[in-house]
Ligand binder design. Structure first.
Ligand SMILES: Cc1cc2nc3c(=O)[nH]c(=O)nc-3n(C[C@H](O)[C@H](O)[C@H](O)COP(=O)(O)OP(=O)(O)OC[C@H]3O[C@@H](n4cnc5c(N)ncnc54)[C@H](O)[C@@H]3O)c2cc1C
Length: 378
């Protein structure tokens, strides 16, 4: 670990906001990262770890605590217990897209639809990243983590991470504290060894323009996804201000079916797959042939509603900005708020609040921001 002169967070985050924090540490090895965390925990400092800064909205006031930059790298191949598959373990600071590129190059399938998502491997489970219907939870086996104030590194299976739509036990929601305050040191994914695959998911097939069931090369899927993302400003590009944001700023709204029914029929909606009930284990000795009814009634069905549609129908067009503001909606994507050059966090917040209030007054729904908020309230 290395203590460095704190750098302005506007230079380390893709939304380009945030002053220099009080203190900054850098870790290029796992042991250095653990040392940095132990140092911060023993001092009782406020802290957070910074990966690629692509899902963070940082306020204008300096963060009064320590920011630890995770700069560990490396990919290791491990055998999979399943025939025809392989495992990759990647260090937390490794670039996510570099991991995807490695997998595609070596003919390992399962990550290719998530090509081009910015950020680091360690942050991928934090909001269960996903794109075009593929999510990291589909291939994630386990993560190595260190919990706040713990001295031991533990390996946690993916099933214990509370992975859901853009969430996990590690995610700060709307500025609140996560259920598990811990740092991911590495992740392990289990992938199919195959240079070609039949693309099944409807969303991905549509994005790729596929209408046959012929297998397609992983490299072809990757190229198509990268091109599509670039056309929507969803691929980081220094020269494209539409990418100077956090990707989707607002999450698609998840609402009860009854609420979704009240929205105009043109509003794009997708059913939310309900969580399956936990398996009831009945000891064989006491099993009398009858399976008891669940004690609670099934939860009402929920529906995911397109936040981009709600925003546009509330009168906010692509490229929209408030007078004299340097923050604007992306010119390519209604869900992305962008920094057009020198915008403060206050300017981005003002735009975000304006959009929230327009959508609320039109449709009665409060859009929830997707990035992690540090020193910002919305
Ligand atoms: C142009 C653009 C397009 C995007 N497209 C998508 C998309 O298609 N799908 C999608 O899901 N997301 C997308 N995102 C959001 C973002 O890329 C992901 O959320 C990504 O995983 C963030 O990684 P990061 O390393 O930049 O995290 P950071 O922004 O550095 O951190 C985000 C949060 O994770 C925490 N964190 C970081 N590293 C660790 C760690 N090792 N252990 C524990 N906590 C950690 C941080 O403390 C912070 O709370 C996009 C962003 C941009 C800018």
């Amino acid at each position: 670990m290395r203590e460095v002169e704190p750098i302005r967070l506007s230079a380390l985050t893709t939304l380009r906001t945030g002053a220099a924090p009080e203190r900054m540490l850098e870790a290029t090895t796992t042991s250095g990262l653990v040392d940095a965390l132990q140092d911060v925990w023993s001092r009782g400092d406020d802290w957070f770890v910074l990966g690629g800064g692509s899902n963070l909205f940082v306020g204008d006031e300096p963060f009064e605590g320590t920011v630890i930059r995770v700069l560990t790298r490396g990919i290791e191949e491990l055998p999979s217990p399943h025939p025809g598959r392989i495992r990759l373990r990647a260090q937390a600071g490794h670039g996510w897209d570099d991991l995807v590129a490695y997998a595609v190059e070596h003919g390992y399938a399962g990550l290719e639809a998530m090509s081009g998502i910015p950020g680091t491997v360690g942050a991928a489970p934090v909001q269960n990243i996903g794109a075009y219907g593929q999510e990291v939870q589909e291939t994630l086996v386990e993560v190595e983590v260190i919990d706040e104030h713990a001295s031991e590194i533990v390996t946690v299976p993916a099933s214990d991470l509370g992975l859901g739509f853009r969430t996990s036990v590690f995610k700060h929601h709307y500025g609140s504290v996560p259920a598990r305050r811990a740092v991911i040191l590495s992740i392990t994914v289990d992938l199919l060894v195959a240079e070609q695959r039949i693309v099944r998911g409807e969303q991905l097939r549509r994005a790729l323009g596929l209408d046959s069931d012929e297998p397609v090369p992983l490299s072809w899927v990757r190229e198509r996804i990268l091109a599509t993302r670039a056309s929507k400003g969803m691929l980081l590009d220094e020269n494209d201000p539409d990418t100077h944001g956090v990707g989707s700023f607002f999450q698609n709204a998840i609402v009860p079916e009854s609420v979704a029914r009240a929205l105009p029929p043109e509003c794009p909606q997708w059913p939310v797959t309900p969580d399956l009930d936990a398996v009831t284990v009945i000891p064989l000795a006491s099993f009398d042939g009858l399976v008891p009814q669940p004690a609670v009634a099934p939860a009402p069905a929920e529906v995911k509603v397109s936040a981009a549609w709600l925003i546009e129908q509330a009168g906010i067009r692509k490229g929209f900005k408030l007078p004299r503001s340097r923050a604007s909606v992306s010119t390519k994507h209604a869900l992305a708020l962008t920094n057009r050059g020198g915008a403060s966090a206050a300017e981005v917040s003002e735009l975000a609040r304006f959009i929230q209030s327009r959508v609320h007054s039109e449709f009665g729904l409060v859009l929830q921001p997707e990035p992690v908020l540090v020193g910002v309230e919305l």
